[in-house]
Design a protein around this ligand. Structure first.
Ligand code: ATP
Ligand code: MG
Length: 454
């Protein structure tokens, strides 16, 4: 295995642990990625040193996790996660995400307390759907391997003699590009339903094929996703949609019947009109996202939420508009309503939902091409994202491409020419500008909200 792909910080951690007399292995996705010739984005180290022992070996480390402690060793902006071998089946992320910080934390804590009172020796607690609630027993490497999800993620690279320790046939599976759960798949998905999303992610990211028994239970058990804390689903959502393989991940989620558990309102909208504008907007949006990722440009989940939720939002906005609300207000209210429901599945923090609402509510303003209001739109803090969204809508056939082209060109003009351009614009019928609209629709003002089904 080529050490050139191992970050210098990770090598330092491995060597220092070894020199202090401990076992130290690279483990998990980083070993898999290196075998595939991919540069890993993070490095996990497994060791038989206890967290406090790791802490005292590295000045640049801190312990995290209240329930299950791990060490983070920092080298610049790279963090090496060092975990003591554990028996039991839960990953650190799972423990952190779903029990310590995730929603429903108190509920879980109460459940754990009650079960412990009934049986103080029960060290691996499960809820009534088989989800693991607590497991925190240190073990050896041959215990640690069984708690990992896929065989390709359960390879250990030993710095002592540069060998790979493979208990589960992971090496052959990496060579064959096969994704195989360790143990009985149904049990493993019930313990932690996020493993179904991880299966999709590795399928999309690595082009692996799901082995038959690993694939079979997914469509049957997809509903278990509904019980995963929204904060953890937000994490997984970002890993699936913001890492350069969104188109493929999206297709797979739809195919496995998982998407409807992540975005129920969108899924319903798509089911009613599978080739409609909302579907085309999602296609165009995901293609643009993957393109940006490949160019290493910044990506914001806010934009992706706008793309994915536009179908249901515009349907609600349309109803509000027809009931008399002005277009921008109808959109803003529809956003709030759809986001509120969506947050029961994927928690959308305000730092994403607020700019998303702004971007969507700005869409009707692109129809006002005449006068100073058009120029003012150019300087709006959300202009860039709103314009990008306009271009996507045009690409998806949900907006006149001529309108998008007009705004594209306007931005290329020098200031004086911009002024001349907007001043020469006629005020179009139904267009609200500084002048009074020509016709009022049942008390409504401005243009209709943008609809994907137009
Ligand atoms: P990535 O390339 O996204 O970092 P990864 O496989 O390294 O992929 P991580 O989330 O970084 O994924 O987790 C590190 C390792 O921890 C995994 O390779 C796997 O062995 C184990 N692991 C992570 N999540 C789970 C889980 N939900 N269930 C079981 N094992 C898990
Ligand atoms: Mg990793």
């Amino acid at each position: 295995m080529s050490r050139s792909l191992v970050a210098p910080g990770a090598l330092k951690v491995l060597y220092r642990l070894r020199d202090a007399g401990y076992q130290a292995f690279l483990v998990g996705g980083c070993v898999r990625d290196i075998l595939l010739g991919i540069s890993p984005k993070d490095f996990d180290v497994g060791t038989n040193a206890l967290p406090d022992e790791v802490r005292s070996l590295f000045r640049n480390s801190r312990l995290i996790g209240r329930r299950f402690r791990l060490a983070h060793v920092r080298f610049g902006d790279q963090i090496i996660e060092v975990a003591t071998f554990r028996a039991g089946h839960l990953d650190s992320d799972e423990a952190e995400g779903s029990i310590e910080e995730g929603e429903g934390e108190e509920e879980v804590a109460a459940e754990v307390a009650a079960k412990l009172a009934a049986d103080p020796d029960d060290r691996r607690l499960q809820d009534d759907r088989g989800r693991l609630l607590r497991d925190n027993i240190y073990g050896s490497i041959d215990d640690d391997v069984w708690r990992r999800d896929f065989t390709c993620n359960a390879l250990y690279y030993n710095i002592d003699d540069f060998s790979i320790w493979d208990y589960v046939g992971g090496f052959a599976d990496v060579q064959a590009r096969t994704l195989r759960l360790i143990g009985d798949p149904e049990t493993r998905y019930r313990e932690d339903p996020v493993r179904m999303l991880r299966a999709v992610r590795f399928q999309a990211k690595l082009g692996f094929t799901l082995e038959e028994k690993t694939q079979e239970p997914i469509s049957r058990l997809s509903g278990l996703i509904d019980g995963v804390p929204p904060a953890r689903l937000l994490d997984e959502f970002q890993k699936m949609y913001l890492a350069g393989f969104a188109c493929r991940a999206h297709e797979l989620l739809l195919g496995h019947g998982l998407f409807e558990h992540l975005f129920p309102a969108t899924a319903e909208h798509l089911a009613a009109d599978p080739a409609g504008m909302a579907a085309r907007l999602i296609q165009a949006g995901l293609r643009a996202t993957d393109r940006r990722a490949s160019e290493q440009r910044t990506l914001t989940p806010m934009f992706l939420f706008a793309v994915l939720l536009f179908g249901p939002i515009s349907a609600v906005a349309q109803r509000r508009f027809e009931a008399g609300a002005p277009a921008s207000q109808a959109i803003a209210e529809a956003c709030d309503e759809v986001v509120r429901d969506q947050c029961r599945r994927i928690g959308i923090p305000k730092r994403f939902s607020i700019p998303m609402r702004e971007v969507l509510a700005l869409q009707p303003r692109f129809h006002r091409r005449a006068g100073r209001r058009a120029l003012a739109l150019l300087t709006h803090p959300r202009f860039r994202a709103a314009y990008d969204f306009l271009v996507l809508r045009a690409e998806a056939g949900a907006e006149d491409p001529e309108l998008a082209a007009w705004w594209t060109e306007l931005q290329t003009l020098p200031q004086e020419e911009r002024v001349a351009r907007v001043e020469s614009q006629p005020v179009a019928a139904g267009e609200a500008s500084t002048q009074a609209p020509r016709r009022r629709r049942r008390g409504g003002r401005g243009r209709r909200p943008p609809r994907p089904a137009e």
